[in-house]
Design a protein around this ligand. Structure first.
Ligand SMILES: [Zn+2]
Length: 134
């Protein structure tokens, strides 16, 4: 007989493991905005049951997701993103909406040398720093 009210033990284990992965990534790669721990340093008093402060955890979770997206891209997709022109931050900010989001019209994209619909990862590609090679 299966007890459907009990959370799946395997799922719980996976969530626990993911948390450890993100926390370890945070400790290794991210500075903490809360306790000023540098990459490689442990958080000072991160809170009950936590390894790192919440904001440092969030930064690391986002970075991990980006790395996963980067890893999934084919060489062709990487090349297409690298070929996109740089777009000045002011041009991007001009597309801010009243609600704080962004709205990029097909016309705007085309005018700035980005295909429409734009490829995944285009924002980061066009906002890349000038001096850094891809
Ligand atoms: Zn911290």
């Amino acid at each position: 007989m299966t007890d459907t009210t009990t959370p799946d033990a395997a799922a719980l284990l996976r969530i626990g493991r993911d948390k450890l992965t993100v926390s370890a990534h945070a400790e290794e790669h991210a500075a903490c905005p809360d306790c000023a721990a540098a990459p490689g340093e442990k958080c000072v008093r991160p809170g009950q049951g936590k390894i790192v402060h919440t904001r440092r955890y969030g930064i690391a979770a986002m970075d991990l997701r980006r790395r996963e997206q980067d890893a999934r891209r084919t060489p062709e997709q990487d090349a297409a993103l690298a070929a996109l022109p740089r777009i000045p931050q002011a041009e991007i900010e001009a597309c801010r909406t009243d609600r704080g989001g962004y709205r990029f019209t097909p016309e705007w994209l085309t005018a700035h040398g980005v295909p429409s619909p734009p490829p995944a990862g285009w924002r980061r590609a066009v906002e890349r720093p000038e001096e850094l090679s891809p």
